[in-house]
Design a protein. Structure first.
Length: 86
């Protein structure tokens, strides 16, 4: 059986280019709908570029944190992928 973190990474790995999910949506897909903060904690540990954690944002539409360059870098990547029109 996979750990919570492995399940989070599996869900995030499948977010297509040009799309996003909220931390809450990832938690729901993992089967733990109230664990959205835990999703953020897991993603904070990700340094694998094949897991596009920059595609996970807050439910409010705010960017949220990004461990590889901060929110400025996350916003830039999402803009380049066509998610944001800034």
């Amino acid at each position: 059986m996979r750990t919570f973190g492995q399940r989070v990474f599996a869900i995030v790995r499948e977010i297509p280019l040009g799309s996003t999910l909220s931390y809450k949506e990832v938690a729901q897909r993992v089967g733990s709908p109230s664990a959205f903060r835990a999703v953020g904690s897991v993603l904070k540990t990700n340094f694998n570029p094949s897991i596009p954690c920059h595609r996970v944002i807050k439910s409010s539409g705010e960017i949220g944190n990004y461990n590889r360059g901060g929110t400025k870098e996350k916003r830039k990547i999402l803009f380049e992928e066509g998610v944001l029109a800034i």
